[in-house]
Structures are given as C-alpha cells and as structure tokens.
Design a protein around this ligand. Structure first.
Ligand code: GUN
Ligand code: ZN
Length: 468
C-alpha cells in the first residue's frame, strides 16, 4: 500500500511532525518501507523514482487522502480491564475499595462461565479496535479458561496486546478469590504457555502474556514471592499492576506490608519492579517512589478518566515527565467510563490544566525538588498529550523500536483520521484554509470514534468506522 497525504506523528515529548504531503509505503509484511515528507503533487513521480517505483507501478495500491484526513500512529492503551466493559458508566458514586467490592468483583465473577467470556470479549476487543487502539495492555479475570478466551479473541481479531490472568489470593470476595498462592501460580504458568502457543514465532507474536498481580492488597506475600520467581526466570515477560491510586488503598497496603517503607517498595521487594513493569495510576506517588521506579526503568500508566471518575485524584504527570519517569495513557475501564483513547487524551489535558491551576507559582527550582522544570506547573501541550497516547505508551510497553510513531522500519500500526464534514462527522467545525496543526487541535479537543475511519495493525485492516 502507498499512501499520499497528511501525516501527523510524534517526534519527541514536545514536538510533532505535521506533514501536509507525505508519501508512505507499507510493505506486504506490514512494516513501513519508506516515508518521504512534503512531496508536492508535481514532485510525486520524482519521489517515487527514488524508490524504484512509478505512478503506474503503484497504481493498484495507491491511496490518496483529502484535506481533512490524515494518518497517525495507532493508540497505545497501557491499562484496561476487559471483564469490566459491561460496567462502563456504572458505580461512579463509589471510591476504589468499595467500588471493587460492590461493583467490580461481582461482574468479574461472571467470567467463570466461558460462554459468557466468549460473548463479551469479542464485543470488547471489537470496540477497542474500532476506537483506534492498536496496542492494549489487558487484564482478564482470575479465571484461567476465561482469560485464555480473551487471548484467543485478541489473536483472531488482530489487536497487538499484552494479556494477563489476574493473581488474587486474598482480600477479594469468598467467591472471587484464588484458593491458594500455589493455585494462582500454577494457572499463571498454564496461561503463559497457552498465549505463547498462539504464535509460531513468540518473539514476533502479536499477543503476549503479562504477569498480572492485581495489586498488593489482593496478593499474599507467598504469591508475590512466587510471581517474582517466575519473573526472574522469564526476564522478557512484562508485568502489570496497580499502584497508589487511592488514599485508603495506600494506607491499607502499608498496613499489610509493614516491612516495606512505601507502596513502590512492596513491588520492588518481591522483584516485580523492572524495565518491563507497567504501574497503573500512581496518583499519590511520593518523590522517593518516583525515583525508585525510574531507577528500575518501570513505566507509569496515567489513567485520568478513571482517576476523576473514582475520585482518586489528579496526577501530577508534568512532574513525572520532568523527573524522567516513563509514562503513557490508560483507559482503565471501568474505573474510567470509556475505552476511547481520544477521550482519555482529552481528560489528560484537562487533568494537567487542573493541576497547573493549583501548582502555579510553585517554582520547583526554588523548592529544590527539581533542578529544571519543563512540564510541571504548566498544562501539558497538545503535542505532549499526543506523545503520551502513542510513543509514551510504546516506551512503557518497551515497544518503542516497533510502534508509537510512523518511521521507516516500524510496524504500520496506524489510524486513518477524518474530520471531513461527511455523514455524521459534523461535530468538528473547521475552515478549509486552516493549517494541519489547527485542524489537529480541533480533533484532539472535539474528536471521537466518528473520526476513526480505518485502523491497521501490522498493515492489516482491523477496525474503524469504515470497517465492517
Ligand atoms: N485496583 C485493583 N483492582 C483494580 C481495578 O480493577 N481497577 C482499578 N481502577 N483499580 C484497581
Ligand atoms: Zn485498573
């Protein structure tokens, strides 16, 4: 496939490339062969000739975009729960610990029924793909068979994914809790074997297993210890969990693990804090924890929709970025009410505006917390929010060499965005003469799934408004 038209892709945390006339070729293997930027129509032949092509030779695979349409890298959702989609929009009057008990665990329990899992997970993954999410870090339930179904569906529908069976052997509900640490570890190993078996080339696999201790509260010391041992034996196996989301959760964690000075120290103590660890929320992380997390190379998933919805707090993401912590965005259904990374970007922007309102005048260089602030105290620039949803997420997943931006050699995980005033797209108003930057700002502020026309993973069309 050869695409000609506008491309928008992150260059750094602060800079985005806006190219009105790009020429991009996707190889049959789904990687980006080459990209030429700013090729005016009369230079098309010349640009093609550089790569040994002619207008005739690419005619059957040529796609030309109109003004108001562009290609961006696919969204990377670094944290969500597949068995909670049914609850999206429900239970928002609770805070975390009661919400888990009264709203979340009763729904997750239903996934003991494999037929229910089959029906629901297909809808869940279809929905996520149609929203432009090309890579997703999924939590299943504690059930081995049900979570295998989730992995199978991901593999079939073609979403790049990390998928984990939850480990939880205490502090849940009598009917929704694993019988022992040994049972949990045994099922985890079976799950890893199943997911790795889905691909003949595990290192190139689309769907990969991820260790998923739900959070410290729901895991006994022996379970965390056993998971640490599995992690040690499998250095490339990623790990995901929750951290410092809610004040009552933090206090209870410290009570359960009195030998650890901080919440982050609990995961570190059990060997679960490393480069490929993804920590969700982190709203109330202390400076010493941010430093520990950074020293281990772990990443943080910022989940603003959920943090607002469950009244967990407003994360100081600018401080994390200044501190050098890896960071991406997560939808966290159904703590958050939507699987849309577009809405999540909008809420990340709002969160940074709220935080900057309260921290303005707090000159971090004077308080001595940071020698240099680039992001703290200010609202996040639009470019930074876009970076978080794409490259930032790729870094958190340790996939920065493969996805997250549109560069030659990377996989073509991408979204065709359209704000053309056709059919039901009239929710974004713009003027024909507007710059690409200006149109993009409108998409970032007003966009939704109506603007997601087509979605590719490794060059394969897997979703979008026009995909049926
Ligand atoms: N902490 C432990 N489990 C969960 C969960 O399912 N959602 C959120 N938001 N936080 C959690
Ligand atoms: Zn979560």
């Amino acid at each position: 496939m050869v695409i000609y038209g506008s491309i928008i892709t992150p260059l750094s945390k602060r800079d985005t490339l806006f190219s009105d006339y790009s020429l991009l070729r996707v190889s049959p293997l789904g990687t980006i062969d080459w990209v030429e930027h700013e090729v005016p129509p009369h230079k098309l032949e010349e640009a093609l000739a550089k790569h040994g092509e002619t207008v005739e030779s690419i005619a059957s695979q040529f796609r030309e975009l109109k003004r108001g349409e562009w290609i961006i890298p696919g969204f990377v959702d670094t944290h969500t729960h597949a068995p909670q989609f049914q609850n999206n929009g429900a239970g928002s009057q609770f805070e975390l610990l009661d919400w888990l008990k009264y709203v979340t665990f009763p729904e997750e329990q239903k996934y003991a029924d494999v037929e229910y899992a089959k029906k629901m997970y297909r809808r869940v993954v279809r929905g996520s793909l149609d929203l432009g999410t090309t890579m997703c870090c999924w939590y299943g339930t504690l059930h081995l068979e049900g979570t295998k179904v989730l992995a199978d569906v991901l593999n079939e529908l073609g979403q790049r994914a990390y998928v984990g069976k939850c480990n939880m052997d205490r502090e849940s509900a009598p009917t929704y809790q694993e019988a022992s640490a040994d049972d949990s570890l045994r099922d985890t190993l079976s799950f890893i074997t199943h997911v790795e078996g889905l691909s003949s080339q595990p290192s190139q696999a689309l769907v990969r297993p991820i260790l998923t201790p739900r959070f410290a509260i729901s895991c006994t010391g022996p379970l965390l210890q056993g998971l640490g041992e599995i992690a040690k034996q499998h250095p490339h196996l990623p790990i995901q969990t929750h951290i410092s989301e809610n004040s009552a959760e933090i206090a209870y964690t410290k009570e359960l693990f009195p030998h650890c000075a901080t919440y982050a120290a609990v995961y570190d103590h059990y060997g679960l804090l490393r480069e490929n660890t993804i920590l969700a929320h982190g709203v109330h992380l202390e400076q010493s924890e941010l430093d520990l997390i950074k020293s281990r190379g772990a990443g943080i998933s910022h989940c603003p929709t959920s943090n607002f919805n469950l009244r967990s707090g407003a994360a100081h993401v600018g401080e994390w970025l200044d501190n050098g912590n890896k960071c991406g965005l997560g939808t966290d259904c159904s703590g958050g009410w939507t699987a849309s990374m577009i809405t999540t970007m909008q809420l990340a922007s709002v969160c940074s505006k709220v935080v900057s309102y309260y921290t303005k005048g707090d000159d971090a260089s004077i308080t001595g917390r940071f020698s240099k602030t680039q992001f703290a105290k200010y609202q996040l620039p639009i470019q930074t929010v876009f970076w978080l949803a794409t490259m930032g997420g790729a870094e958190v997943c340790c996939l920065q060499d493969k996805i997250g931006s549109l560069e030659p050699g990377k996989l073509f995980d991408a979204v065709h965005v359209s704000i053309l005033p056709e059919t039901d797209n009239m929710h974004i108003w713009y003027d024909e003469s507007e710059s690409l930057e200006s149109m993009f700002e409108r998409f970032m502020t007003n966009g939704d799934e109506r603007n997601v026309s087509e979605v590719w993973v490794s060059g394969r069309t897997v979703g979008g408004r026009l995909f049926k």
